[in-house]
Ligand binder design. Structure first.
Ligand code: FAD
Ligand code: NAI
Length: 462
């Protein structure tokens, strides 16, 4: 039996970051992981592989649509799907091996196998029981499905199957116009698949700023994604090599059917706590199956914490990472903190969509007086040079104090641009602070400054 200061269960971005930070803070640390490779959903079947395929297919799109415009003539590349999948797998391997290296470097022990909480301060992995002063549950999430829909990961797939298809389908139905549906839908649409996205609500990406949402939907349609809104899926019939999706339009109850080679079910994820022994240990869950924690990530059992997708909040890798660091600091006697008001969200389609803080809809609901500074990428020289003039930056600031309350970007490198607003918000900056900061020319980030100027005396380039 080995003794640790901390045992982290799960090695996703929440767990591995927590384990490394614990070790850096002088705590003897182990991390339990049952998968073959470290890195969790994010590195193995989530963020990283999906971004590899988004990158590869975006290059294809550029070659097909924009190369000739720049005088780059010749045949567009053809797709060797096996090689593209191999590239994606190689990217996964490099990243997961990287975590193994970081564990060794920081002296974090990897306890290989599935962990179970076997009482206060005890974690069982296989036949061995390890002792720890503190346990951190970081077991993440798994795809949820719809009632009566059977996932075979071949014809009816979750995102995991969609990252591993043996061939590019001719027709794909995506159920759910959320982040996974639109990212994976974009990948296959760029590969020539006829993609139909079926969404229950009357808009895509619920929770997103309404104006961005409308522009985003228009752009996706232009890229060939067929989007059916207000559609309640009734059944998915899996045949030998095809599937049929039956749905009813909510507005008139009319019944429709679409067939596809592959159906991707992307209707959300649920916390994963299987085999952890939480019930026997007496650790409380919420009604939705999440591990219940207080504001300091403590569960109801002393010395047991929980972080990441398995607890409440947005299911995002960077949210899990921040919680991992904060819990490590808390265990080490410091004041761990996460500012949940400044967690960016990014959709890695083309263009990217990024947001942080309040939407206009939030502010209206709160009855808060605000002003809007908007700037189109059409007025940004760099964006025009790379055929990325569509889209805009929208900055929201308090009407009286000018304090930045939120930002929403649809356009080139939106996922990177958003971070200057995150830093500004952490420092309680005003739109004027941002507007008075020199931004290098020619960069996409000048659009952010122009949006900040639009909150004051006005932008220069529109
Ligand atoms: P996870 O990453 O789910 O890791 C949990 C780990 O715990 C797993 O490896 C699991 O095997 C292990 N585990 C579970 N139970 C046990 C046990 N009993 N014993 C031992 N090990 C156990 N988020 C972003 O921020 N950006 C993105 O671009 C993005 N893209 C995504 C794309 C897809 C297709 C998917 C599915 C998700 C994506 N996400 C993205 C979400 C992101 O992957 C998750 O928010 C993140 O991985 C959560 O981290 P976590 O550490 O809480 O859990
Ligand atoms: P999601 O919550 O983003 O979207 C699910 C969508 O499915 C919603 O639009 C919802 O209205 C719709 N839906 C639900 N039930 C339905 C039904 N019966 N019929 C039709 N539509 C239905 O969930 P998604 O896309 O599965 O992603 C899961 C999680 O993974 C998200 O929380 C997300 O944060 C994370 N993720 C993050 C990424 C990123 O940060 N870029 C990329 C991919 C995933």
């Amino acid at each position: 039996m080995s003794q640790y200061d901390v045992i982290v269960i799960g090695s996703g971005p929440g767990g591995y970051v927590c384990a490394i930070r614990c070790a850096q803070l002088g705590l003897k640390t182990a991390c339990v992981e049952g998968r073959e490779a470290l890195g969790g959903t994010c590195l193995n079947v989530g963020c990283i592989p999906s971004k590899a395929l988004l990158h590869a297919t975006h290059q294809l799109h550029e070659a097909e649509h924009n190369f000739a415009k720049m005088g780059l003539k010749g045949k567009s590349p053809s797709v060797d799907w096996k090689a593209m999948i191999a590239y994606k797998d190689d990217v996964i391997g490099q990243n997961t091996k990287g975590i193994e290296f970081l564990f060794k470097k920081n002296k974090v022990d990897w306890l290989k196998g599935w962990g179970k909480i076997a009482g206060k301060g005890k974690v069982q992995v296989g036949d061995e029981t390890h002792e720890a002063k503190n346990i951190v549950i970081a077991t993440g999430s798994e795809a949820s499905s719809l009632p009566g829909v059977e996932i075979d990961e071949k014809t009816v797939v979750t995102s995991t199957g969609a990252l591993e298809l043996t061939k590019v389908p001719k027709k794909m139905v995506v159920i759910g116009a959320g982040v996974i549906g639109l990212e994976m839908g974009s990948v296959y649409a760029r590969l020539g698949t006829q993609v139909t996205v079926v969404e229950f609500l009357d808009q895509i990406t619920p929770g997103m700023d309404g104006e961005v949402c409308k522009t985003f939907q228009r752009m996706l349609k232009k890229q060939g994604l067929d989007i059916v809104l207000g559609a309640a899926v009734q059944t998915v019939e899996a045949l030998k090599t095809k599937a049929k999706v039956n749905y009813k339009l909510r507005k008139d109850d009319s019944e429709h059917q679409i067939d596809a080679d592959v159906v991707l079910v992307a209707t959300g994820r649920k916390p994963y706590t299987g085999g952890l022994g939480l019930e026997e240990a007496g650790i409380d869950l919420t009604e939705r199956g999440m591990v219940k924690t207080d504001a300091h990530w403590k569960t109801n059992m002393e010395g047991v914490y929980a972080i990441g997708d398995v607890i409440a909040g947005p299911m995002l890798a960077h949210k899990a990472e921040d919680e991992g660091m904060a819990v490590a600091e808390t265990i080490a006697g410091q004041k761990g903190h996460v500012n949940y008001g400044v967690i960016p969200g990014v959709i890695y389609t083309h263009p990217e969509v990024a947001s942080v803080g309040k939407t206009e809809e939030n502010l209206k609901e709160e009855g808060r007086a605000y002003k809007v500074g908007k700037f189109s990428f059409m007025g940004n020289g760099r964006a025009k040079a790379v055929f990325a003039g569509e889209g805009f930056v929208k900055l929201l600031a308090d009407k009286d104090t000018d304090r930045i309350l939120g930002a929403h970007v649809i356009g080139p490198m939106a996922g990177d641009l958003i971070h200057e607003v995150c830093v500004a918000m952490e420092f309680g900056a005003s739109a004027e602070d941002l507007a008075r900061t020199c931004h290098a020319h020619p960069t996409f980030s000048e659009a952010m400054r122009e949006a900040a100027l639009a909150c004051g005396d006005g932008p220069i380039h529109s």
